[in-house]
Design a protein around this ligand. Structure first.
Ligand code: GDP
Ligand code: IMO
Ligand code: MG
Length: 425
């Protein structure tokens, strides 16, 4: 039997997962999303074209690769239909080509889940999470509360009754908020999309993925969000509602832990975060603004400006430990091309101590980053395509990170396009 490789984000999301899954997909027979939902925005660029995927796995542009939306994902039928309509209009029709299957056990995001998300965030005021408002939290709450509706339920004769029962419950909760809403249009779009979703092959992801492994085929599990947004280990409560870590690939697809092979941990050469919550290395100044402008750090899903800061080594070490990362992938090195000096946070000052790990409380006592200065490379790296062309100071930065993190960097990304990717080892 073969193993499942996993690719996931080591920071607060938007590391460049979509780009790299697309680059790696020719090596795999199946790409499988295992958690999250349309809060994700995974960007791919090739042949002068740009695509943003929310629910669909990033292997969809590879001719020979199958794509699975796993049981751990929460699906908004309206958004999934729109994604597929857009792909079809662009000449890539995964349904016609039979390249997409969805798990029966994946939970459905209802229009009222989004209303609950919005009502809750509105009530929290300045303490809000900064959710993407896609209904992610309320849908996972109904899943763990054992009330949710699943993809497989759409084919049951009493689906509409089940839907109504859940919506009644949601309406009752909403009546406790001062929150105006009109469901009519959304509900019509939801049922239209449900009919469409029924035409996509439904599978039991646990049997489907294990079947690939038994046949000796290669599977890559694609993460969404990032380790620091994990429901258990992220900067709680400023997190998403799923396990974004390697363990999530097991529960989100139905594979045993000993079936996990390589774990690719992906990170930016600096760091970003979108939404609320602590961010120890955040640069709330013109340097941060420079990173945002040069790196085009605006959300792929919501368009919100991303908060920017230097790379955070204690946070990366934590993420590597949690995920069992075997190979690192460094993204967006080109964004640092113009800097004379860049910085890396090696430790935190926290409660009067110097520490090299992420402490329990980084919200009420903000850690102060201890920064190490690193000479910039002052070279345009966006066109390099050979390892020998990597400027010495960039090579030194990579070597420094490898030594600190004790994991090799396998790929280096120097631009958003597929071709702007170097294999280092
Ligand atoms: P994901 O959610 O992890 O898939 O990442 P996003 O797509 O949300 O954000 C990554 C952004 O950086 C996208 O706009 C990508 O096109 C872009 N990108 C990816 N790799 C690179 C790179 O190496 N350099 C630059 N400049 N942009 C990149
Ligand atoms: P990808 O897969 C970056 C953030 C939101 C918010 C918090 C909770 O593109 O890397 P939610 O909508 O889940 O209730 O939001 O998590 N967040 C992301 N940040 N990239 C993402 O996905 C994210 N998905 C959620 O901004 O702070
Ligand atoms: Mg993203």
């Amino acid at each position: 039997m073969t193993q499942v490789d996993v690719l996931l984000g080591l920071q607060w999301g938007d590391e460049g997962k979509g780009k790299i899954v697309d680059v790696l997909s020719p090596q795999y027979d199946l790409i499988a999303r295992f958690q999250g939902g349309p809060n994700a925005g995974h960007t791919l660029e090739f042949d002068g074209k740009k695509f943003v995927l929310n629910t669909i796995p990033s292997g969809i542009f590879n001719e020979k690769t199958m794509n699975l939306i796993g049981n751990g994902v929460v699906i908004d039928p309206i958004i999934l239909k729109r994604e597929l309509d857009n792909l079809k209009a662009a000449g890539h029709d995964p349904i016609a080509k039979g390249k997409l299957v969805i798990a029966r056990k994946a939970h459905l995001i209802l229009p009222t889940h989004q209303l609950l998300d919005a009502a809750n965030e509105q009530r929290m005021g300045k303490d809000k999470i900064g959710s993407t408002l896609k209904g992610i939290g309320p849908t996972y709450m109904d899943k763990t509360g054992r009330n949710g509706l699943r993809v497989g339920d759409t084919t049951l004769p009493d689906f509409k009754e089940r839907y109504n029962k859940l919506v009644e419950k949601h309406k009752e909760i909403l009546s406790h908020y001062e929150f105006e809403y009109d469901l009519t249009e959304k509900e019509a779009a939801f049922f239209e999309a449900i009919e469409f979703i029924k035409s996509i092959p439904h599978v039991d992801s646990e049997h489907y993925v294990n079947g690939f492994l038994k046949e000796g085929k290669k599977v890559l599990a694609e993460g969404a969000q990032g380790t620091l947004l994990d429901i258990d280990f992220g900067s709680y409560p400023f997190v998403t509602s799923s396990n974004t870590t390697t363990a999530g690939a097991c529960t989100g697809l139905g594979i045993a832990p000993n079936r996990i092979g390589n774990v690719y941990g992906i990170f930016k050469a600096y760091c970003t975060r979108v939404g609320g919550g602590p961010f120890p290395t955040e640069l709330d100044d013109e340097v941060g603004e420079n990173l945002r402008q040069v790196g085009h750090e605006f959300g792929a899903t919501t368009g919100r400006a991303r908060r920017c800061g230097w790379i955070d080594i204690p946070a990366l070490k934590y993420a590597i430990m949690l995920n069992g990362v075997t190979e690192l992938i460094m993204m967006k090195a080109d964004v640092l091309d113009g800097f004379d000096t860049i910085y890396a946070c090696t430790h935190y000052e926290h409660n009067g101590e110097t520490i090299d790990y992420m402490p329990y409380d980084i919200i009420s006592v903000k850690p102060t980053p201890v920064l190490k200065a690193i000479a910039g490379w002052k070279t345009d790296v966006t066109k390099i395509n050979k390892v020998e062309e990597i400027p010495a100071n960039l090579a030194a930065y990579i070597a420094f990170l490898e030594k600190e993190l004790e994991v090799p960097v396998k790929y280096l990304s120097v631009g958003p396009d597929r071709v702007q990717t170097l294999e280092l080892i």
